[in-house]
Design a protein around this ligand. Structure first.
Ligand code: SF4
Length: 240
């Protein structure tokens, strides 16, 4: 049985060589984008559980920023204290906007960050962690630079994990320019035909390619940059 998650599928679509680096457990550098998203997600989980989320955020941010194991691999942008302060304020601002917008619509803590899996047949098991199963819909918390990069493939994959056609929303916390929060409905997730197309056109072909050890590089990808790819410093793929 091949186990495959949205993260792996997404990385493979960007650049198959990223998946090879991941599978080899090679050390990746960490960008502010990744740190902000991770700490933001952890904080929203704490908020859903009724914890004092601002205190949680500060502690988690400090913990992240002082972890020596990561420091040696951080991208250079991490060493700039002014940038660190800007990034921290951005994420905090977005978390404040989001929690205020949902103060009368709190998540059920039992339905936050749920690990789900789904047997797709042909020896493929789809796995994933869904941020929130809300009232009649699936929600994915997204800390993004722009809503234009949100993927309807991801939305379909989470509907598949949820057992079939579902109402799906990205709750996008957008960091670029004037930070703002925007819920985005993805109608493609409500059609069995679309979900079937994603299973047969994306998930299974990628799973079989990984199984066959097929990991070409994609140096033309927009995300093939030091800023966005954690493997930039060690990757020879970009020169091919
Ligand atoms: S540096 Fe470029 S080619 Fe190498 S893994 Fe990253 S995206 Fe792929």
């Amino acid at each position: 049985m091949i186990r495959i998650s949205w993260t792996t599928i997404n990385n493979y679509m960007i650049c198959p060589m990223k998946v090879e680096h991941d599978l080899n457990d090679e050390p990746a550098s960490i960008s502010w984008a990744m740190a902000g998203g991770t700490v933001g997600h952890d904080t929203l989980k704490a908020w859903a559980e009724g914890k004092a989320w601002r205190e949680f955020f500060e502690a988690r941010w400090q913990q992240y920023a002082s972890r020596r194991a990561y420091q040696k691999n951080w991208n250079q942008e991490f060493t700039d204290p002014d940038n660190a302060m800007v990034q921290r304020m951005l994420v905090l601002d977005l978390l404040g906007q989001y929690t205020a917008a949902r103060k009368s619509d709190l998540p059920d803590p039992q339905l936050v960050e749920r690990n789900l899996d789904r047997d797709l047949g042909d020896g493929v098991l789809l796995t994933g962690r869904v941020d929130e199963i809300g009232k009649g819909k699936i929600i994915d918390w997204k800390f993004a630079s722009s809503v234009k990069y949100l993927s309807s493939v991801q939305a379909c994959i989470y509907s598949i994990l949820n057992g079939g056609p579902s109402v799906f929303e990205f709750h996008a916390m957008v960091k670029a320019g004037m930070p703002y929060y925007q819920p985005i409905d993805v109608p493609e997730t409500r059609s069995a035909k679309n979900l079937h197309r994603v299973i047969e056109g994306h998930i299974k072909p990628i799973a079989f390619s990984i199984q066959a050890g097929n990991f070409p590089s994609n140096p033309t990808a927009f995300l093939c940059q030091k800023r966005y790819c954690g493997y930039w410093d060690i990757c020879k793929g970009r020169f091919e």
